[in-house]
Ligand binder design. Structure first.
Ligand code: PEP
Ligand code: MN
Length: 456
């Protein structure tokens, strides 16, 4: 409860807010739909469909994030840059889950604290773009903004923002969610059976061998503890939460709901929506939308953000300093984090604001190769994460999580890592439609780095 406000005021949400009040503000990164009636009909249809998550789950995650803020949990958030409808398949979904589960096992074992697992999936279908249009051979068409908006093929028909895709995105999110929930409820995530998470194609990886050795050790200690104490409930089932960038506000609005048992408004398209770096303006539509929902939320913070900009943003999004409410994901770049991060940490600490600090070492380290691939050097990703731990330690703040773009598919999108992938390797298996993702080995290597940095 917010002190001084009665239950009916809370049920209405914050002052002068409604699920569509964002429409009075400037909304960046939205597609231009050419038929307003068609958009309104799709929105109305979506608003009738069942939600993808419940308020109970959303509040449970908020509590868990509050515990992470206190240092009692570590947040692992990861998945594709963008999901695609075509990749809504059994192997893609289960392989991604396998990588996240293996990473979380490394983290649980090394950090000796519970890991909060949040997927960048079941709704990560909208992408911000640097330009509204794209020109090829004299033809200019709308940019591809993710499968919830249009299609990547370079034709007028494919690039037309299609409101029906709002419904399709909800359906694909529900299919993904259903499969993830069924896998987890069926015992796929049981820590007693890490062999379920083996990926067929990594058999010969040097890191896989190191990982297996660690798993064998964990199995031994698990059996030992359970011989003494009986079955330990937390080990047979792990929770997974979902997150996505809540970019496309017509979609988010249609899934913003009130529920009988909890006052206020919830975004029930995902547990944990975040505001992207390009749409985090204090007076913009996204901040207006986010301030009124009760979910735990995150904001991406880039290298140009100043303390004078960050503190008012925290006030707008978490005026009552509610535990678990606000996560700040810094994404500075390996070359910039040293100059950009300390003053932000210092300001937030000085003001005594309660946030969870999370590092995204991916988005400040994107570059293009001479043959046109968007890539990231593993050394820069690892370097930024490494520095992030040191900078937090020096500032007296805590790095409580990581945010990564990764996949369980055998891709070559980021250079370097255990197999030292080079620019020419990128041609072999570059599959991302948007940002380059870590593959299995690169992901595990980062998990091991986090353990080394955290336990010294
Ligand atoms: C992303 O997470 O895919 C993204 C676009 O990040 P950012 O907003 O930090 O640039
Ligand atoms: Mn991305």
């Amino acid at each position: 409860m917010v002190p001084g406000r009665d239950a009916s005021a809370q049920a209405a949400g914050p002052a002068r807010w409604s699920p569509d009040s964002w429409q009075q503000r400037e909304a960046l990164q939205q597609p231009h739909y050419d038929d307003a009636d068609e958009l309104a009909r799709a929105g109305a249809h979506l608003a009738q469909l069942p939600p993808l998550v419940t308020s109970w789950e959303v509040l449970a995650l908020k509590q868990a994030i509050a515990e992470a803020q206190d240092g009692d949990r570590f947040l692992l958030q990861g998945g594709d840059c963008a999901e695609s409808f075509a990749d809504c398949t059994s192997p893609v979904i289960s392989n991604r889950l396998k990588v996240l589960l293996q990473m979380s096992l490394v983290l649980v074992h090394g950090l000796k604290k519970p890991v909060l697992r949040v997927g960048r999936f079941a709704g990560q279908y909208a992408k911000p773009r640097s330009t509204d249009t794209e020109t090829r051979d004299g033809l200019t068409l709308p940019s591809f903004r993710g499968d919830v908006v249009n299609s990547p093929d370079f034709t007028a028909e494919a690039r037309r923002p299609d409101p029906q895709r709002l419904i399709q995105a909800h359906a694909h999110s529900a299919l993904t969610m259903n499969f993830v929930r069924a896998l987890i409820d069926g015992g796929f995530a049981d820590l007693h059976h890490p062999e379920y998470w083996d990926l067929a194609w990594v058999e010969h990886s040097p890191l896989a061998a190191e990982y297996r050795q660690m798993v064998a050790g964990i199995g031994d200690s698990l059996r030992f503890m359970e011989t003494l104490a009986g079955p330990i409930a937390g080990f047979s089932r792990v929770d997974f939460f979902t997150s996505h960038e809540a970019l496309l506000l017509h979609y988010e609005q249609a899934l913003t709901r009130q529920v009988p048992r909890h006052p206020g408004w919830f975004n029930l398209s995902t547990h944990f929506p975040w505001i992207g770096m390009r749409t985090a303006a204090l007076d913009g539509a996204h901040v207006e939308y986010f301030r009124g929902i009760r979910n735990p939320i995150a904001v991406k913070v880039g290298p140009t953000v100043t303390p004078e900009q960050l503190l008012p943003l925290i006030d707008a999004l978490n005026p009552d300093d509610e535990p678990g409410r606000l996560t700040l994901i810094h994404r500075m770049g390996n070359a910039k984090i040293g100059a950009a991060l300390p003053s932000l940490l210092e300001a937030v600490r000085r003001e005594g604001r309660r946030v969870l600090w999370v590092a995204d070492p991916m988005h400040g380290n994107t570059e293009s190769t001479s043959n046109g691939h968007k890539t990231r050097r593993f050394d820069n990703i690892r370097g930024e994460l490494d520095q992030a731990f040191d900078i937090h330690a020096a500032a007296g703040t805590r790095l409580g999580g990581v945010h990564l773009e990764l996949t369980g598919e055998d891709v070559t999108e980021c250079m370097g890592g255990a197999r030292d992938l080079s620019e020419t390797d990128l041609d072999r298996a570059y599959k991302s439609m948007v940002d380059p993702r870590l593959n299995y080995e690169q992901s595990l290597e980062l998990a091991m780095l986090i353990v080394r940095k955290s336990v010294g």
